[in-house]
Structures are given as structure tokens and as C-alpha cells.
Design a protein around this ligand. Structure first.
Ligand SMILES: C[S@@+](CC[C@H](N)C(=O)[O-])C[C@H]1O[C@@H](n2cnc3c(N)ncnc32)[C@H](O)[C@@H]1O
Length: 190
């Protein structure tokens, strides 16, 4: 099933307007950079907001998204970066990354019922010792407990959870969560 179509230029223009008004539109990238990753898969990259900012800081990035319009805007903004058009549920790049990040409610925009496959698809790209980072709104059809279960089924363990990208503490009944799951490091002989 194909997720809803987007207008990449329209989506990007909203962030451009925020940036011009002085709003920091790179909170997610700052959060990811705090882990000092060598490589990042921006999963559900949209117009490349995170990937482009991370690349600007010298991090090797790949952006993947199913939406052609979003990717066209990303490619126009940063033709030198690698952009992959694919359903994350079926993605297999044949490599892994220090961090895989899903910013901007990605699991809420995958077709209903495909969240487990989505998490499996992105988790297969998390390197041993690497992280899966995801921020999405709560009470909108995908529960944190389900996300944790889907992540656990791929061998990932929850290591951090915050209410915001600048690490505000979670509160009961909060409406947003940023979750960090880790894959165990490889042991000798693996
Ligand atoms: C709200 S946008 C967020 C874009 C970007 N991560 C950001 O924060 O600006 C959600 C994105 O998730 C992508 N997406 C949702 N489900 C997907 C799937 N199963 N495979 C690939 N991309 C998906 C959509 O195409 C869309 O570009």
C-alpha cells in the first residue's frame, strides 16, 4: 500500500518560513548529533530537512522516503546526497548505520496496519551498538507500547525516552515522545 502523496515544495516552504522567522527547525538533527554518529539513515526523510543538516556537520547520510514529490524537493536542495525512493517496510540497503532516525511522525503516515513492518524495515539498518530514534505524536492511532513491542521484536531495547527533542522529561498523558532504542553491540566472533 502507498502512503498518502505529499507536496514537497509546499512542505519545505513551511519550514523555510519558520526558519526565516527565527525558529530553530533543526531540533531533531541536534538531538541526533548528540550521539556523534558516523552515519545516519534519515528514514521517511521527506524533503531532507534532517539529512541535509546532518551532512552539513560532516555526517554520512542517506535519505529514504516513498514519496516522489518529497524526494524531488530533497534532491533539488542537495543533489550531492544519496536519496532513495522506497517503502521503508520493504527497504533493504544492504548496509547499516550508527543511527536510523524517523522524525516528523513517520509511523503515523505509513498506511494503517503497516507499522510493525515499517519498524522491521528501518530496524534492519541499525548497526550493532547503533540506535533507532523516533519522534511521533501520541493518541493518534499508534501507541508507544505497540512501538516498543515492534522494536523489541527486531532485537532493539529502549534506552531513552523524552517528551521533546530537547529532552524534556516524559509526563503521564503527554502528547509526544522521542524514543531511543539500541541494538546490542556485536560480541567477539560475531
Ligand atoms: C511528516 S513527513 C516527515 C518528513 C521528515 N522526516 C521531516 O521531519 O521533515 C512524513 C514522511 O514519512 C514518509 N513515510 C511514511 N510512511 C512511509 C513508508 N512506509 N515508507 C517510506 N516513507 C514513508 C512520508 O512519505 C513523508 O515524507
Amino acid at each position: 500500500m502507498t502512503p498518502a502523496a505529499w507536496d514537497g515544495d509546499d512542505y519545505q516552504s513551511r519550514f523555510d518560513a519558520l526558519a526565516e522567522a527565527g525558529t530553530d527547525v533543526h531540533g531533531e538533527a541536534t538531538f541526533v548529533r548528540s550521539f556523534s554518529p558516523a552515519s545516519v539513515l534519515d528514514a521517511g526523510c521527506g524533503t531532507g530537512r534532517l539529512a541535509i543538516e546532518l551532512a552539513r556537520h560532516g555526517i554520512e547520510v542517506v535519505g529514504a522516503d516513498v514519496d516522489a514529490s518529497m524526494l524531488a524537493t530533497a534532491r533539488r536542495q542537495a543533489p550531492e546526497l544519496t536519496w532513495v525512493q522506497a517503502d521503508l517496510a520493504e527497504l533493504d540497503l544492504g548496509r547499516s548505520f550508527s543511527v536510523v532516525v524517523m522524525a516528523g511522525n513517520v509511523p503515523l503516515f505509513t498506511p494503517p496496519g503497516t507499522q510493525a513492518a515499517l519498524v522491521t524495515g528501518v530496524a534492519r539498518h541499525v548497526a550493532p551498538g547503533g540506535l533507532l530514534v523516533a519522534g511521533f505524536s501520541l493518541h493518534r492511532g499508534y501507541a508507544l507500547g505497540d512501538y516498543d513491542a515492534h522494536a523489541a521484536a527486531t532485537g532493539l531495547v529502549l534506552v531513552e525516552r523524552h517528551a521533546t527533542w530537547d529532552r524534556a522529561p516524559c509526563v503521564d498523558g503527554g502528547d509526544y515522545a522521542v524514543s531511543v532504542h539500541r541494538r546490542a553491540p556485536a560480541t567477539a566472533g560475531e
